[in-house]
Design a protein around this ligand. Sequence first.
Ligand code: SAM
Length: 295
Amino acid sequence: MLSYRHAFHAGNHADVLKHMVVIQLMRYLGQKDPAYMVIDTHAGAGVYALDGDYASKNAEYETGIAPLWNLRDMPEAVKEYVDLVRSLNPSGKLRYYPGSPYCAEKIMRDQDRLRLFELHPSEVKILEENFRKLDAHAQAQGQRPSARGKRVLVYRADGFAGLKALLPPPSRRGLVLIDPPYEDKRDYGRVVEVLKDALVRFPTGVYAVWYPVLQRNESRQLAERLKRLGAKSWLNVTLAIHGPAPDGFGLHNSGMFILNPPWTLEPMLREVMPWLVQTLGTDDSAEFVLEAGEA
Ligand code: SAM
């Protein structure tokens, strides 16, 4: 089932949490010189036009990036994320939103590698086209091309099935982002299964799973199942911007579950999450949960 289009949701509160965390995980990996690989198993289109038909339909970015756009005073990790979005909007008007592939490409260094899986035929075309445009722009500016050579590879393939062939990465340093649509509830089980296998192939990898916090059983149980996978350590963070809607529709709460998080992540989130709740929260039920553990 491939009906999901991330453009409807681009820049919402869930993207803020996800992309801010991904940037910080990559920053940590980049502190050491040896190359790392980022594998994005569900990449999406890479860049989204917020004034396009999809994104403007429900204007979900108004729950996420929009309230941050004109702020100057914010925690460092949020600023780094907002600055990255600003770099895509040099006119100063918020028009484009970077998906995880764009965020990763911006943060990675020359020696690092980015591997992108996308299964939706239209999304993968847009993704490839976006990287072609990035290359053309980089070339015009005399900068390094991103997609050419082996730096960035886009696979038109199932990210759950394709991951194992890339693990462990040659440098034995890497981040895997797993961000499925979950419209098919089997995605919850696939996440757990793919991580079980990945931890055998690459036990020291950093794994980041985005998930919606919903009433359905599969969603409520996912974090508990991930805690039991046997990774050396884990961190779970959720952000709710308000209480559940009476009709149960809409996404008000989402989480990032990280296996083998760097030690810097928890203190950073302890600083950032209360600020995000205060800034993005729209009622008294806005809250965050942050928990961490070791095997
Ligand atoms: N990671 C992106 C970001 O943060 O910008 C958003 C990804 S979106 C939540 C999920 C994407 O996964 C959709 O574009 C969908 O077409 C794609 N998809 C669904 N099932 C897939 C699969 N098995 N393998 C690869 N991509 C898949």
